[in-house]
Structures are given as structure tokens and as C-alpha cells.
Design a protein around this ligand. Structure first.
Ligand code: HEC
Length: 473
């Protein structure tokens, strides 16, 4: 159960998926509530519906369940990881068979939030297929048998340390940060000087949390102004407190959450790291019952191949909305007008605790709209960044659109009891509506003499104009 508790909204659970889809104007899938919708990706001609029928033999742990648990659960549910208990042995899984069936059926575990089958194919998809769900349910119902241990798959070997191999540069805060055993979640920024004398490109960024039990998610930013250092110097202890973001204008470099898979960017694409930049690491700590000391390290992997395109995150953000106390199903929208021809590589939806669902799409200049992602059952504890399998064209003049819904009625996740009117702001009890999107400039070739990476500046200028307009309204 997440620290925010499950909300007793009429939308919760499986039925919620289709109601939320209706809210989003996708009612053509409404009939999918029960029985569950078959994923389009699994709909191949001649494929039988992968549900377990009564006369089928009961699945066994050794043959059927262990491979699923290894592939989809153990990256968090093993010793010293973020999951609250290990699922590494038969006995550990047997004890919790009913819970496992329940949390997977309602899709709260694994915490992969994008709706299956909506939007383009995603990399590193952690969600369970309907066949896997059916196996877990039938196994629990059938008494959770072990089966023949000869069929047991060999336990996977987890690389200790860095999954992509030793980084080219490791940065870490000068001191460990104490996280208390209980109390509210803590957001903290750490300033890590790179001291690099020249600009460079990164093909990957990975993180080694000092204490995986408390590091819930983090965002790395790049600061070239020195302003983060000033905030750091002014605050007591390592780093400085934050409620959201680095509290300064800074280029987002990467997002990570517990369970994320480190990966390299495709060849020819890099993250631009400027000379003498500071990396600002914003960490979300979730106290877990024992006092912890964390010193999270950042591993930088420089691009080994020539980089033609620089990846930057931008966003569609609504800077001004109000959520009246007691109301639910409040719609908030945000748009971002694409200024030059781009290609999208990833998205990362962001709201706080009152968020209920979010959909990101792109309206192309032709008038056609293409969905990028849908999170039908938002959970602030599981904020992922999701990479597309193939690049998505965003021609100049396209509009990246965010439509989200908020629930400001009384529910366990609402930080205010009783609910109060909520506006946009950085604090945990304020709200935000941001659809981050990672892009490259179409056709950019930074290896050509004279070409330079000006995309971030283009976005900053556009954002400043937008802010000025919003303020003068
Ligand atoms: C990305 C990390 C991650 C993955 C992957 C993951 N879990 Fe979890 N799981 C957690 C965390 C963290 C919790 C503690 C509750 C929370 O914070 O939501 C949890 C809680 C649970 C619980 C207790 C739920 C409750 O309501 O108390 C069960 C059961 C569970 N997980 C089963 C699974 C199974 C089965 C899988 C694979 C199919 C899985 N988890 C995959 C991180 C993960």
C-alpha cells in the first residue's frame, strides 16, 4: 500500500480504468471494464484469449510463477531494494499468494502506470500481460503449489553496482544526508560540481542510491549559473531543502525512480553537459521505519560515438489553475506549441497528490491527434519517465496537449484535512500539471562545423514569453 493510501473514489481499482478512460473521451473502450480489455499488442489473428479455464491444470510456482516474479517483481522485491519484502523464494511468494493476485489484478503492482495498449510502444515495459495476470490469479486460487522444482528457472544474477558497467565519472555529495525513521517525505537538492573544462555529451546517466530503502525517486538538473550553489551555501547540512524542482531555472537531465532500468540513449543522441556545470540532484526520500543515511552517487557515461542530436526535456505546463475544496473530477489542460521540427523520445507526466489521471497527446499541423501516453490511475509515488520504442515526429506547429483530472474531495491522499482550495505551486500540498517531453531537433547534426545546440535556449525564451503573458493576464 502506498504511503498515500488507496483512495476510496468511485474510480478506484479496475473499473476505474474505463471510467477514467471515459472521462478522457475514450469511451469506445468502455466495454473493456469487465472482462478486462485485451491488449491490442496481444491481439494477433489466431491467438486464443489467454485466460485460464477451469479445467486447465493449476499453474505451479516452479514452472509458471517464478519466471514472472523474476522478470517483473524482483528488481524491487529482493533484499536491500525498495520493495517492503523479498519475493525471492517459493516460501516468500506462497505466504503472499493471495496478496500477489490481488495487487496485480488491480494493477497496483508492478507500479507501471501507463495504460497498456494506449499510445506508442514503450521501452522497458514492466506491466503484466493478461496471460501473466491469469497465471498469478489461478496459482493463488489453486492453493499456490510449488510444482516440480526441476522446472524452476535459475535465479537471475543481479549486477552489484553499476548496471551499465563502471561510469566515466562518478559524482556524490560531500556528506551523507540523514533521513529519519518516520515522518513526512523529504525532498532535498544536492549540488554536485562536475568541474569539466569542456562541453561534452552523455549517452547515459545512472544512479546508485546510498540507501535504496529510502530513495524513492529523483530528478537530475544542470545548473550553469551558480545559483544552486548559493541555495546550498545558505542551507544547513548537506544540500538544500526543496518542495519541488531545484527552485531555479535549470535544464532537466534525467528522471529516475526506484525500479527504473538504466539505459543508454540511441546512437547519435546525447545529453549536453556544459563545461563547469553543476548537477543538481533532487531526491525524494520516503522514510521507511528505520533511520537511514543516504549518499546517492551519480554515474555519468560520456558518449563514445559522435553525437548529432542533443536531447532536451521541455514541458507543457499549466501555470494557473485552481482546485476548489471538495470538488472532484476537475479538468486541467496544458499545451505546448512546438516551435521547430522535433522528434519526441520520452514523456514524464507530473502532478502532485490530488492528480487522478493524465493523458498526453500531440495535435499535428494536419489536425490529426495522436495519443502519447495515458496514466488512468495516477499515483504520486510512482512517477516514471517513459521512453518510446520509436521516435515520434513533432513537426513545427504541432501542439503537445495535456489533459488531466484532479480530485480535491476528502480522500486519504489529500494532504489537507479538510480539503482546502488549492492553487499551482511547488509545495507538496500545492498542485502542478506538467507533461514533460524529451525531444531532439529533427535533422540536427552537431558534428557539422558551425552547428550548435540552441534548443534549450529556444525553450527558455519561449517559456519566458509565456510566463510574461500569464502574469499580465
Ligand atoms: C518498482 C518497484 C516495484 C516493483 C517492480 C514491484 N513492487 Fe511490489 N511494492 C513495491 C513497494 C515500494 C511496495 C510498498 C508499497 C508502496 O510504496 O506502494 C510494494 C508493495 C507490494 C505488496 C504489498 C501491497 C500492499 O498493499 O500492502 C505486494 C503484495 C507487492 N508489492 C507485490 C508485487 C508483485 C507481485 C510484483 C511483480 C508482479 C511487484 N510487487 C513489483 C515496489 C515494487
Amino acid at each position: 500500500m502506498s504511503q498515500y493510501g488507496r483512495r476510496p473514489t468511485p474510480w478506484a481499482g479496475r473499473v476505474g480504468r474505463s471510467v477514467a478512460a471515459c472521462v478522457l473521451g475514450l469511451c469506445m473502450t468502455a466495454a473493456s471494464a469487465s472482462p478486462p480489455q485485451q491488449d491490442r499488442s496481444e491481439l494477433k489473428p489466431g491467438t486464443a484469449t489467454p485466460t485460464i479455464r477451469k479445467k486447465d491444470p493449476v499453474p505451479t510456482y516452479a514452472r509458471d510463477v517464478a519466471p514472472i516474479v523474476q522478470a517483473k517483481c524482483q528488481n524491487c522485491h529482493r533484499r536491500h531494494q525498495v520493495g517492503p519484502f523479498p519475493l525471492e523464494t517459493y516460501e516468500q511468494a506462497r505466504k503472499r499468494a493471495a496478496d500477489i493476485a490481488a495487487v496485480t489484478e488491480e494493477r497496483s503492482m508492478p507500479p507501471w502506470k501507463p495504460t497498456r495498449g494506449i499510445g506508442p510502444r514503450l521501452k522497458h515495459d514492466q506491466s503484466l500481460t493478461h496471460a501473466e495476470l491469469a497465471i498469478l490469479a489461478a496459482w493463488a486460487e489453486g492453493g499456490a503449489p510449488l510444482g516440480d522444482i526441476k522446472e524452476m528457472p535459475t535465479p537471475p544474477k543481479y549486477a552489484e553496482g553499476w548496471k551499465l558497467g563502471p561510469p566515466d565519472l562518478i559524482l556524490e555529495p560531500t556528506e551523507a544526508f540523514p533521513v529519519s525513521a518516520s515522518g513526512p517525505d523529504v525532498y532535498r537538492c544536492f549540488v554536485l560540481p562536475t568541474n569539466l573544462r569542456r562541453d561534452g555529451f552523455l549517452e547515459a546517466i545512472d544512479y546508485a542510491p546510498g540507501d535504496r530503502g529510502v530513495v524513492h525517486h529523483l530528478i537530475a538538473y544542470m545548473d550553469t549559473t551558480g545559483r544552486a550553489r548559493i541555495l546550498d551555501d545558505a542551507a544547513a547540512g548537506p544540500g538544500y531543502p526543496t518542495t519541488s524542482g531545484p527552485m531555479i531555472e535549470a535544464d532537466e537531465l534525467s528522471f529516475w525512480m526506484a525500479g527504473s532500468e538504466a539505459h543508454r540513449l540511441p546512437d547519435g543522441i546525447g545529453i549536453h553537459l556544459q563545461a563547469q556545470a553543476d548537477i543538481v540532484l533532487q531526491i525524494h526520500y520516503h522514510p521507511n521505519g528505520r533511520a537511514a543515511l543516504d549518499r546517492t552517487r551519480v554515474g555519468l557515461y560520456f558518449s563514445k560515438k559522435p553525437v548529432k542530436q542533443a536531447m532536451h526535456w521541455n514541458n507543457a505546463t499549466n501555470y494557473r489553475f485552481r482546485l476548489p475544496a471538495g470538488k472532484n473530477n476537475i479538468e486541467v489542460k496544458a499545451n505546448w506549441f512546438v516551435p521547430v521540427d522535433l522528434e519526441a523520445l520520452a514523456v514524464c507526466p507530473h502532478m502532485h497528490s490530488l492528480g487522478h489521471d493524465m493523458q498526453m497527446s500531440v495535435k499535428l499541423p494536419s489536425g490529426k491527434t495522436r495519443t502519447l501516453i495515458e496514466i488512468a490511475d495516477w499515483d504520486p509515488s510512482w512517477q516514471g519517465s517513459y521512453y518510446f520504442h520509436d521516435r515520434i515526429p513533432l513537426p513545427a506547429g504541432s501542439v503537445v496537449q495535456v489533459v488531466s483530472h484532479y480530485d480535491n474531495s476528502a480522500h486519504p491522499r489529500n494532504p489537507s484535512h479538510p480539503p482546502r482550495n488549492v492553487e499551482v505551486g511547488p509545495n507538496a500540498d500545492d498542485e502542478m500539471c506538467v507533461g514533460y517531453i524529451a525531444v531532439v531537433k529533427k535533422g540536427q547534426d552537431l558534428t557539422m562545423p558551425g552547428s550548435r545546440d540552441d534548443l534549450y535556449q529556444t525553450f527558455v525564451r519561449q517559456r519566458e514569453r509565456q510566463m510574461r503573458r500569464a502574469m499580465s493576464r
